[in-house]
Design a protein around this ligand. Structure first.
Ligand code: ATP
Ligand code: MG
Length: 139
């Protein structure tokens, strides 16, 4: 994966609340091209590995429970400056602090159930994309 790509998940809260369509519309309207996408559910092991960087945090158990409780949509997105522009589009981790018009402001519930994931660096975008997709699934 090249550096004009980022990785996202529409998290179980947003899927359960019927926001897949609204969120994908925000993403494509902002100029991101979908180069891989799937509807899937994380196992406990998947979620623990994906969020391993947070394993010592007090919310880790809650995070794994949340991320495994229902289906998600995972995708790789392409655009110039993808990682930074996508973090701007989703807004702050805590939706109470997210800017007006951002995906988290529009669709997230709280700091834990915050509707979407966005990679925080080019390096992590590559790692996370490869965690979720095989080469044959990426266009
Ligand atoms: P993400 O990595 O999902 O895009 P982020 O980079 O904005 O989110 P991180 O600090 O990486 O935020 O936290 C990962 C996820 O852990 C958050 O998106 C949220 O679901 C959960 N989380 C973060 N902080 C808290 C907290 N204080 N209490 C409960 N859950 C939290
Ligand atoms: Mg993060």
């Amino acid at each position: 994966m090249t550096t004009n790509r980022t990785f996202t998940m529409i998290k179980p809260d947003a899927v359960a609340n019927g926001h897949i369509g609204g969120i994908l519309d925000k993403i494509t309207s902002a100029g991101f091209k979908i180069v891989a996408m799937k509807y899937t559910q994380l196992s406990r092991r998947d979620a623990q590995e994906f969020y391993a960087v947070h394993r010592e945090r007090p919310f880790f158990g809650e995070l794994v429970q949340f991320m495994t409780r229902g289906p998600i949509v995972s995708a790789i997105l392409e655009k110039d400056n993808a990682v930074e522009d996508f973090r701007a589009l989703i807004g702050a981790t805590n939706p109470a602090e997210a800017a007006e018009g951002t995906i988290r402001k529009m669709y997230a519930t709280d700091i834990a159930e915050n509707a979407v994931h966005g990679s925080d660096s080019d390096e992590n975008a590559t790692i996370e994309g490869a965690f979720h997709f095989s080469g044959r699934e990426i266009y």
